[in-house]
Design a binder for this molecule. Structure first.
Ligand code: APR
Length: 187
């Protein structure tokens, strides 16, 4: 399923982000950038040691990555050229600035991609796994942040949300259906 924002498209698919051939894939990392479980583990496993080597350089230079910020490294052995590492918020109660920090993670990842002149990138469902963000709330924030960014920046022509499990994929499908009605209904 897709949504068109000017000349840019938003796609959702169910699959494995390490297998995507977009210019960059986004990693739901932690501040240490030393890898972990979930999608972080999959990306480091599939991309190989060159990713961790670049992450170590970054941490040596600028320290741990604050929540909501994003940095870029090689994608190593994967089809995509780059990995954009971002740190989503750990969900507590929804009143500890989590919504803003999650939006920052999406927006800063898009900004890093645009600065690198990339045109296509894939996102996982940041913070909705180990970090416990309620899926439906996180999906709304993901779409709203990406749509607002694409309305202002024509550099990025494709954003692909790559959802791993059925529950998350159906949450994105429902949100996309609602948004299409809203956006196309307005036109
Ligand atoms: N491709 C796409 N999505 C994936 C993949 C994959 N290969 N593997 C897992 N996911 C999905 C999960 O199912 C979840 O929907 O990514 C989403 C985010 O889950 P996590 O990877 O747990 O990320 P997050 O909730 O942001 O927690 C980050 O987990 O792995 C550690 O080091 C990481 O400490 C950090 C924390």
């Amino acid at each position: 399923m897709r949504l068109q924002i000017n000349k840019s498209a938003i796609h959702i698919i169910q699959g494995d982000i390490t297998q995507q051939n977009t210019d960059a894939i986004v990693n739901a990392a932690n501040s240490s950038l030393m890898g972990g479980g979930g999608v972080d583990g999959a990306i480091h496993r599939t991309g190989g040691p060159s990713i961790l080597a670049e992450c170590k350089e970054i941490v040596k230079k600028q320290g741990r990555l604050p929540t909501g910020e994003a940095v870029i490294t090689t994608a190593g052995n994967m089809a995509s050229k780059y990995v954009i590492h971002t740190v989503g918020p750990v969900y507590k109660d929804g009143k500890s600035n989590e919504p803003q920090l999650l939006a920052n993670a999406y927006r800063n990842s898009l900004t890093v991609a645009a600065e690198k002149k990339l045109e296509t990138l894939s996102f996982p469902a940041i913070s909705t796994g180990i970090y416990g963000y309620p899926v439906d709330d996180a999906t709304e924030i993901a779409f709203r942040t990406v749509i607002d960014f694409l309305r202002e920046h024509t550099q990025i022509i494709l954003v692909r949300f790559v959802l791993f499990d059925d529950r998350t994929f159906s949450s994105y499908q429902q949100a996309l259906t609602r948004l299409r009605a809203q956006i196309y209904g307005e036109e």
